[in-house]
Design a protein around this ligand. Structure first.
Ligand code: ATP
Length: 607
């Protein structure tokens, strides 16, 4: 498609202006002026908008470059030594250093400071077309050397300002302070609608180039992912009940897996995630089942991909999906298998059914899907799921007649350690990207796991953004059970916790511990010997507390569910832990020990 030679530095001026302007009206009008003044040829719109909304661009695969990998590529592209101060600043971008000041915690700013010392001020005249070609090369390159070579080409053709924005595009976060909705609206009044039903930015840019021409509302199609209907969070059952007052309401278990849309078009079966990406890893595990048990040629199902444990006869904990899909592909024998729970249907035969009521769509689900226990299930009121929920409580979904029923279901859900519940208006349509309250979600508040967990801070992680350069999260540990009448000598890493304290409380703890922070520099150094950790890099804190006697105990609370820990050294870790209070009153050696904790887990699990 024809494209003019818009220079990237024009877009950089737009970015700088947009970032600086305070009012959203000014930001919007700047963007509009840019479109009017520079986009002339048909190809210009997509070329520009995909750079402004990089998260929505499906044409280009992932770059495989998060901050750390990007830092190493930039270091090589700039020909720096890994030990040089600038290389260290890039690698330790979260921490900042003496010269970093406010840029700590913001990778693109740290990078731009490093680049300023190496790049000239003059723009190399890169065009949007050229930039997009280079970004295509970057996403299709298979190894770090190729990526480095693309980055060095880009560095040669840009100045530090331009390169900073390119880095933000690669990280898919432009921090422009203008919503996707506003960008779409300024481009064309029908753009958001069309994007919601196609998730295809290129198509939107091609079809809607003429703002004066309204577009006939398009329906969903098999093969094109649709932006999902979303749930609005409510704080308790009575708020939910009040909101749906007078409506016929279905209450469902909120499953904890991957939201997946299945598109069946005869023998072609595709799995799309919430961010409208293809998930081919599910093909091997699920395509056969879908092909055989969906009784129409074409359809779209909406639901959750989960793992079913055949030995325990229950859904397995969240987090194992990718591993199980991979194991299935490699033919590894396992007690676990993928199971899809369809809770909605959007398309049947050659008709979209999203405008029908949920009750009607449930009927369609019953007709179209032949369910198979632990492999393919449908979630419809009173029946449906073959997989029983728990021995005395087989119900996953029911039409509620009173608030009491909702409350009881919610309580059972917490006891069953499910994620929460979803309430849906049975008369509602399914609307792409809508979070207006047709669906409401209710999740348990943090529940104490039996009693307070008094754990010891053993390390710290630097924050980003506002708390860049300062420790803002902690690694906490459990004590190894000491011999009678002695103090514990070793602490076992347990979980990472960042929420719960006010800024002021956090400052008090950080100030108290600061003199004992010991840096954990890149490349890795061993942890102090009285701490037991795994080799998993996710666990490694940025600083260790010099020795346990210098540290403080914090009481943490957590979602009642404990998960088996792969990352931390303790046998279990908590889900959504938060600090309840700091126990300056409790000496370090009164930290909870691992044995007592495991007993607590077992007693709260009823095992
Ligand atoms: P959360 O982190 O709470 O899942 P979210 O932003 O990912 O939030 P929401 O739309 O707010 O998504 O919540 C609905 C999500 O819950 C869906 O995306 C889906 O993955 C999941 N879910 C699980 N069970 C159901 C169900 N029965 N009906 C609808 N959504 C369900």
């Amino acid at each position: 498609m024809e494209e003019s030679d818009i220079k990237f530095n024009v877009m950089v001026s737009l970015f700088n202006w947009t970032q600086k302007s305070k009012s959203s009206a000014t930001k919007r009008s700047k963007f509009r002026k840019f479109l009017d003044a520079f986009c002339r040829e048909p190809g210009d719109y997509f070329s520009a908008i995909r750079l402004i909304l990089p998260v929505l661009d499906r044409e280009r695969g992932s770059y495989g470059l998060k901050e750390h990998a990007l830092a190493t590529c930039l270091i090589d592209a700039l020909g720096m030594s890994r030990d040089s101060p600038d290389a260290q600043r890039l690698l330790n971008w979260r921490k900042g250093g003496p010269k970093t000041g406010s840029s700590a915690g913001n990778f693109s700013l740290v990078a731009s400071e490093v680049l300023q010392r190496r790049q000239g001020l003059t723009s190399g005249g890169l065009t949007l077309k050229e930039l997009n070609e280079q970004l295509d090369r970057l996403s299709s390159s298979e190894n770090r050397a190729e990526k480095t070579s693309v980055l060095s080409d880009l560095i040669r053709r840009t100045n530090a300002q331009e390169m900073k924005w390119i880095i933000m595009i690669i990280l898919k976060d432009l921090k422009l302070g203008i919503s996707e909705k506003s960008i779409f609206h300024e481009f064309h009044p029908d753009a958001e609608d069309l994007f919601n039903v196609t998730c295809d930015l290129k198509l939107v840019c091609e079809k809607l180039r003429d703002r004066s021409q309204r577009h006939k509302r398009q329906d969903i199609e098999v093969g094109k992912p649709v932006r999902p209907q979303l749930a609005l969070r409510v704080s308790n059952a009575s708020a939910a009940w009040k909101k749906l007052h007078g409506k016929e309401v279905v209450v469902e278990c909120k499953f904890d897996g991957d939201r997946i849309q299945i598109h069946k078009n005869n023998s072609e079966i595709r799995f799309f995630s919430r961010s409208f990406l293809d998930h081919p890893e599910y093909e091997h595990a699920m395509s056969d089942i879908i092909a055989k048990n969906i009784l129409v040629d074409r359809c779209i199902l909406d639901g959750e991909m989960l793992v079913w444990d055949t030995s325990e006869n229950r859904f397995a904990d969240f987090g194992s999906n990718q591993g199980i899909a991979k194991a299935a592909k490699e033919g590894l024998d396992s007690d676990r298998q993928m199971c899809y729970v369809a809770f909605d249907i959007l398309y049947v035969g050659d008709t979209s059914v999203i405008h029908q009521t949920l009750a009607e769509r449930h009927d369609l689900l019953r007709k179209v899907v032949k369910s198979i226990k632990g492999r393919l299930e449908i979630l419809v009121p009173n029946g449906g799921l073959n997989a029983s929920r728990s021995p005395g409580e087989p119900c996953w979904s029911f039409v509620a007649r009173s608030l009491d029923e909702v409350e009881k279901f919610f309580k059972d859900t917490i006891e069953n350690r499910d994620e929460g519940i979803v309430l849906k208006d049975l008369a509602s349509k399914w609307e792409p990207s809508d979070r207006s309250g047709k669906w409401l979600k209710l999740k348990p508040e943090y529940v104490r796991a039996g009693s307070d967990l008094d754990v010891l801070i053993i390390g710290g992680y630097y924050g980003s953004g506002r708390r860049g350069g300062e420790v803002s999260q902690f690694l906490v540990g459990l004590a190894e059970r000491p011999m009678p009448n002695t103090h514990p000598r070793r602490f076992i890493s347990f979980c990472r916790v960042g929420t719960g304290l006010s800024d002021e409380e956090l400052d008090i703890v950080v100030t108290k511990l600061k003199p004992y922070f010991r840096k954990y520099e890149y490349p890795k150094k061993a942890a102090p010997s009285f701490y037991q950790v795994t080799n998993n890099s996710k666990e490694r804190p940025d600083v260790w507390i010099e020795s346990p006697e210098k540290s403080v105990i914090v009481s943490i609370t957590s979602d009642i569910r404990t998960i088996k820990s792969e990352v931390f050294a303790a046998p279990y870790s908590l889900r959504f832990p938060r600090i309840d209070r700091v126990r300056f009153d409790k000496p370090w050696h009164e930290c909870l020990d691992v044995h007592t904790f495991v007993e607590l887990v077992h007693s709260s699990n009823g095992t």
